[in-house]
Write a protein that binds this ligand. Sequence first.
Ligand SMILES: [Zn+2]
Length: 292
Amino acid sequence: MLKYILKKIVLIIGLSFVSFLAFAQKVAEPKNMPYEWSKPYQPFQIAGNLYYVGSYDLACYLIVTPQGNILINTGLAASSRMIKANIEALGFKLADTKILLTTQAHFDHLGAMAAIKKLTGAKMMVDEKDSDIMADGGSSDYALGGKGSTYKAVKADRLLHNGDTIKLGNMQLVMLHHPGHTKGSSSFLFDVEDEQKHYKILIANMPTIVTGKSFSDIPAYPDITKDYAYTLDAMKKLSFDIWLSSHASQFGLHTKHKPGDGYNPAAFMDRNGYDAAISDLQNQFSERIKSK
Ligand SMILES: [Zn+2]
């Protein structure tokens, strides 16, 4: 009995030490990131009620509804003022943000999320498989983790699963579970319209490979090969009119649009570019699993 109590006391002390460490952990965003990640970029209307409000390369998307707005991704920690300014430049208010989403729980997309959540009181919804990483600021990430938090931790208000619907006002977004890049990477599929047309929009999290390790050597992510294979296969089968992604460079924003260009959703209707990008990633994946 005494032994048991002692054991219990040791366990409790141990646990509180661990949680003390977690609490005391500082956030250290990786240094020397590409300048394009923090370089400002003129916000613009992509199609219907969908707007680009990110930096030159870190894409953030605003979906506007009469019942409030949805913000997808935030870029680096220092980006919250830029995103707020971008939203205001388009004539909207950051305070109207009701729902926060992300395509993946890495610091270059969640850096300013905690700050924006605090400013807006919006509900954070995330793929269940990314919720733990998000809650420890990326420190448990299988590829980029192990060095403490790289962004301020965010607690999810709702956990999402493949095919779940996110509703706000007249909008319905379907969340697609696209694991690999992170365990809970997500894409979003939804419809927007303008006076002329209806557009099916895909905001795709492209399954790029983060780890330099062999896939058979990642105990923290035993399903990594299966997940990438699933995601590549699922992404090939998607249909859409317009595709966008987590990084502007991935969908060729800067070849399709220049600051000051007029409204032109057709510039982003690019099935071939998407297929080429996925096929490129398929090749990288195949190479990686061949070279054990
Ligand atoms: Zn990433």
